[in-house]
Design a protein around this ligand. Structure first.
Ligand SMILES: Nc1nc2c(ncn2[C@@H]2O[C@H](COP(=O)(O)OP(=O)(O)OP(=O)(O)O)[C@@H](O)[C@H]2O)c(=O)[nH]1
Ligand SMILES: [Mg+2]
Length: 196
């Protein structure tokens, strides 16, 4: 078992690209011969769960999902995971749903592992929603941003500006639906993110 598990938790609004991006990141770790496990922390999002289960079986990635979504269960699955990189899938939360974000925060609070939270945000959303999303998700104290759907909207200036303002790193951008191909490192990051 790896002494230091690296936990990456993907958060974002519904449809932002969390599941697809998580699958791309998982397969990029595999390419680098790192061990990966995906844990789905929300049992209600059947679509994402089935999708990740299929991707995991295709790429031979360890996969587990919660049955109840409680804190103890999530911790138990993390404790049991033997991979070096553990990718946590969360359910989409609306950009103004403060209560749900507080619940998400509390799901991972007091877990005796360091978790790096990545906000997955689509380049296609309007500037005022970008601001609200990036501000409100800060409840979870995310450190990193991945910009999705840049093939649909190549202009990411507003997200980049907002990330600088909030002192968030941008590790990657995605530019299509293909897994694992359509993801690139974001080169201009001021604060290279520790793990990915
Ligand atoms: N064009 C394009 N489509 C993308 C990209 N990333 C994701 N998508 C598509 O966007 C849609 C939503 O992506 P998901 O990964 O399911 O988003 P999600 O955030 O997990 O959604 P929920 O689980 O419902 O909250 C899917 O059709 C993806 O194929 C991208 O970079 N470019
Ligand atoms: Mg999903």
């Amino acid at each position: 078992m790896h002494k230091e598990k690296k936990l990456l938790c993907f958060i974002g609004t519904p449809g932002s690209g969390k599941t697809t991006t998580l699958a791309k990141i998982a397969s990029s770790f595999l390419k680098e011969n790192k061990t990966v496990e995906i844990i789905v922390t929300d049992r209600y999002n059947m679509g994402s769960c089935h999708f990740l289960e299929s991707v995991s079986s295709l790429f031979e990635i360890n996969f587990t999902k919660v049955f109840q979504s409680g804190k103890e269960e999530v911790l138990e699955l993390i404790n049991r995971a033997e991979a070096e990189y553990i990718l946590l899938h969360t359910r989409g939360i609306s950009h103004n749903d403060v209560e749900e974000l507080k619940k998400l925060k509390s799901l991972f609070e007091d877990i005796p592992y360091k978790i790096n939270f990545t906000l997955v945000i689509s380049a296609t959303i309007k500037d005022n929603i970008i601001d609200e999303t990036m501000d409100t998700f800060n409840i979870v104290d995310y450190q990193n941003v991945i910009i999705t759907k840049t093939d649909k909207c190549p202009d990411c200036e507003h997200i980049i500006k907002k990330a600088k303002e909030l002192n968030k790193a941008i590790s990657h951008y995605t530019n299509g639906q293909r897994i694992p191909n359509d993801i690139r490192r974001f080169e201009n990051t001021k604060k290279p993110w520790e793990w990915i």
